[in-house]
Write a protein that binds this ligand. Structure first.
Ligand code: SAM
Length: 283
């Protein structure tokens, strides 16, 4: 019980749509079960080091289960579904829920994804920047747009513009994102300054991707996929945003979407200021 009390006290609740139904309330993270609280409480204890990742993966699957079972999702586009997971959530939705009409979009595909696609002829792979309106046009209209661990990386167009771009093309957004809990408003993490930036994110300056970001902030990044059009400050390979719940919920509301699901799944990799949260917003 002590754990549960502690957890509830640490959660910031956004201003949720007044019309939130009983189902939505039942799915809210305010109703975090004792078991969920227990697993979140265990995160950080050394023998359970990777538990946070398992909690995160389970949370993403639960959101897909909810969308397919309760919202009757029959088509989707998984934006940025490749790195580290090789399209795992796309394939889960297709296999576990028999969704045929699926689209996986990323700036690059691994060999594993290309091979897997051969087993799923109805799975469409689209290579490119999903912030590009031409890529959005290629996706067309889908029941759900999946944004798992990608919104925090989106700059030019920024995370809120990505939501605007896809709002007319979908009835539902499934969002799983490390949400920022240290401030009232969303922050551009690089603007915190170098020391605070690295104190907040799960990467160090010693890592290749992060090594030169502060030194070359306004220089063009050489990565071929960026086609010489992106400065270091704007690349989506790095952590960019600390998005707070209130700003996300308000943005969705302004686009005509209301919250149908909201759950918290514990800290992101023991970071003090980021918590994994899952949302479904529907028209
Ligand atoms: C942190 S990984 C998340 C992977 C997966 N969705 C998950 O839940 O684990 C981010 C992925 O999104 C892709 N990505 C990020 N921004 C993108 C953009 N604007 N256009 C295309 N791909 C993007 C990256 O290439 C990478 O594969």
């Amino acid at each position: 019980m002590g754990l549960k009390l502690q957890r509830r006290q640490s959660i910031r609740v956004p201003a949720v749509d007044q019309k939130m139904s009983a189902v939505m309330r039942a799915e809210s993270w305010m109703d975090t079960s004792f078991l969920q609280s227990l697993s979140a409480g265990l995160v950080g204890i050394p023998p359970f080091d990777s538990l946070w990742l398992r909690v995160q993966k389970r949370g993403k699957r639960s959101l897909i289960d909810f969308a397919c079972q309760k919202l009757q999702i029959r088509s989707f586009a998984d934006l940025g579904g490749v790195w580290g997971v090789d399209g795992e959530y796309t394939l889960y939705a297709m296999e576990a829920h028999n969704v045929k009409n699926a689209c996986l979009v990323d700036i690059g595909f691994t060999e594993a994804v290309v091979q897997k696609q051969k087993e799923y002829p109805t799975l469409k792979l689209i290579r490119g920047n999903f912030g590009d309106p031409e890529i959005a046009r290629q996706i067309g209209v889908v029941d759900a747009v999946i944004l798992f661990d990608v919104l925090l990386h989106q700059v030019n167009p920024n995370w809120d513009r990505i939501l605007e771009l896809y709002a007319p093309r979908t009835g539902c957004f499934l969002i799983f994102n490390p949400q920022y809990t240290a401030t009232e408003s969303t922050v551009r993490l690089l603007d915190l300054g170098e020391e605070e930036y690295f104190r907040n994110i799960p990467h160090s300056k010693a890592e290749e991707t992060y090594r030169e970001v502060f030194e070359k902030m306004y220089e063009i990044h050489p990565r071929p996929q960026y086609q010489q059009r992106r400065i270091y400050r704007d690349i989506h390979d790095i952590w960019q945003w600390g998005i707070v719940d209130r700003d996300l919920v308000e943005k969705m509301k302004s686009l005509g979407f209301s919250m149908r699901y909201a759950r918290s799944h514990g800290k992101f990799n023991h970071l003090p200021n980021f918590e994994n949260r899952a949302f479904a917003f529907c028209k």
